[in-house]
Structure formats: C-alpha cells, structure tokens
Design a protein around this ligand. Structure first.
Ligand code: SAM
Length: 321
C-alpha cells in the first residue's frame, strides 16, 4: 500500500510548536477530550490542540489527500479557490494545495477561532502563497453565509455537527461550492451514514457524484457493511511518541464523497470496496457497480487485467484506465 505523508515543512513546524513538551502527556489530554465529548463538536484546549497536530493530523491529512487524489481520477483538479470548513489546523487545505496546481485563493473556517493561529502558522510554513495568505471565517458550518468558492472541503468535521443540523450544514456547503464539494469522514459506520445521507441530499439537489461511487443509483452499502477505504501513513518519531506506538506506520480508515455541479469527465465503471484478496493464479475483487455489489474473480487467463489486479488497492476504480 502506498504511503501518504504530510510535507516535511509542516512536520517541522509541528515539531516546533510541540518543542519541549511531552507528546505522550499532551496526547492523553486529547483522548480525554474526545472520550468525554463524543458525539458532537469537540472543544479542545490548547494542550489538546497541540497534541492533535502530532497524534491525529497526520492521519486526517492522509485521508484527505487520498480522497482528493481519488477524485482527481474522475475530475481535473483545476480549482482556483478553496473553502476549508471545520478546518482545525487547516489539514484539508494543506492536502488540497499539494494536489491542485492552480489553487490561488483559500478561505479557512471553523467554529473554534482558537485554531486560527495554528492554521496560519502551518499555512506560512507550507510555503504555498494561497495558504500563507488564506482568509479566516469563524462560525458554524450550517449557518455561516460563506462566499462562493470553486471547491468546498470538510474533513472529519461533519461528524462533529449535531445530527439534527448535518443536513443544513451539507446544503449550506453545497450553496458555497460553485464546482465541487468534498466531504471526508472517519471510516466508521456513523461516518459512512453521514456520507450516505449527504449523497442522497446532494443528488436530489442536482449534484453529480464523481467519487467514490461509480453510479448515481441507490447506495447498496449498509451500516453493517459500510463503504470506506484505508490509507497508510508513516509515523515519524513525534507521532510514535504521542501515541506510545512502536510501529512505523498506521492505517487510517475513512469515508468520503466528492460531488460536482457538472458530470464527471471520466468515472470508473466500478469501485473496489474491500481489500483485494490475492490467491495463486487469481484474485478476488469486491466491487460496487451500477447493478450493485459484485465479487469478481480475475485469473491469469485475463492477462493484463490479472496483472492490474495484483497491484489494485482497496478504494481504487476498476478496471484501471
Ligand atoms: C476533528 S477536527 C478536524 C479538523 C481538520 N479538518 C482535520 O481534518 O484535521 C473537527 C473540526 O470541526 C470543527 N467543528 C465542529 N463543529 C463545527 C461546526 N458546527 N461548524 C464548523 N466547524 C465545526 C471543530 O472545531 C474542529 O476544528
């Protein structure tokens, strides 16, 4: 599985922010905050915010990057303006800036204005002009009157909006998106349900789903067998120390949805929705297709397709271009 890592300049800035702190102690403050406030907007004090940078941001960055990369397989990422909502330290816009070459204007927004100095410091460290000069808006994503942007992204944020207001939040973000809305959520049953509800809403508003879905039909996945994917990220020394972990990498599970105003330039016929299983001489792929979920066996007899199946990853489109 290919690895996705936050750029070095950002990791160095995070190390500076945490300099002299015991990352493991800081991370404990973070998990206490999450445990005691599960369900909606998690308010983090400054120690927990610093711990978030070391313990969680590498994974949310990797998930956002992978989702945007998958979207790019269907739609040219030539967006010039981006609104990053529920931005926290600006993770989503950092990932977008590394993939969207024409990005020239960024707005970050969060309910919690105390994230602003960190998001700005990381934006400056990124050496990307649009991130260094990004605008900031404080407020709730379901009510704030956002100015229009080519693309709107909300990474690991919708799940913190109270359930009764999530629909309003999605519709409000869609209003601000002149070309695309991308939602990334934790790869949990609840994260998937948030994505599935947003998909239904956005389709009814005329949106075109460009990823991960290979069709606009009813989603065949369920809460018991939810649509999600995984991205592998390396753990640097700070990350390992924050987590008290030995392993040099971790897998982050995420669910996502990319919806555009115009139909996708190209969309895969199917999406691999589980880790492919390689056997001697054949592989099995679980696919989401226009006609529902299907299990396909690809064998040596299939030649090039078989070779491709050996490299295929969970979440990839199928067949490859
Ligand atoms: C888990 S953090 C994710 C931060 C960042 N997007 C990332 O991926 O690392 C969730 C963020 O959503 C923000 N948030 C929660 N409820 C919100 C709301 N109703 N409107 C806007 N932001 C909200 C929180 O303040 C927090 O910064």
């Amino acid at each position: 599985m290919s690895l996705v890592q936050i750029p070095e300049s950002i990791r160095n800035q995070v190390a500076d922010i945490l300099a002299g702190e015991n990352a493991a102690t800081a991370a404990q403050a973070l998990s206490v905050s999450y445990r005691s406030q599960s369900g909606h907007a998690v308010s983090l004090d400054s120690a927990a915010k610093r711990a978030y940078l070391a313990a969680r941001m590498p994974a949310t960055y990797a998930a956002a990057w992978r989702a945007l990369d998958r979207m790019a397989q269907a739609e040219m990422p030539d967006f010039e303006s981006l609104l990053d909502v529920g931005c926290g330290p600006g993770t989503g816009s950092l990932a977008a800036a590394s993939l969207w070459p024409r990005l020239a204007q960024v707005t970050r927004s969060d309910l919690d204005s105390a994230w602003r100095p960190t998001a700005e410091a990381l934006g400056v460290a990124s050496d990307h002009a649009a991130l260094a000069q990004a605008r900031w808006l404080t407020g709730a994503m379901d009510t704030l009157a956002f100015p229009p942007h080519d693309a709107v992204i909300a990474v690991y944020a919708l799940n913190e909006v109270p359930a009764a207001r999530r629909g309003d939040a999605v519709r409000n973000l869609w209003r601000a998106a002149t070309r695309a809305l991308i939602l990334v959520e934790p790869g949990t049953p609840q994260g998937f349900l948030n994505i599935q509800a947003a998909r239904n809403d956005l389709l009814s508003l005329g949106g075109h789903v460009v990823a991960p879905c290979a069709h606009h039909g009813t989603c065949p996945m369920s809460e018991q067998d939810w649509c999600h994917s995984a991205v592998r990220l390396p753990r640097d020394a700070l990350h390992r120390s924050a987590k008290g972990a030995q392993l040099a990498f971790e897998d982050e599970k995420f669910a996502y949805l990319a919806v555009t105003r115009r139909s996708a330039a190209r969309r895969p016929q199917a999406r691999i929705v589980k880790r492919p299983v390689a056997h001697r001489g054949h592989a099995t792929l679980d696919l989401c297709t226009e006609t529902g979920l299907v299990r396909r066996t690809v064998s040596r007899r299939d030649g090039e397709l078989y070779k491709a199946s050996r490299k295929a990853e969970w979440g990839d489109g199928w067949p490859p271009d």
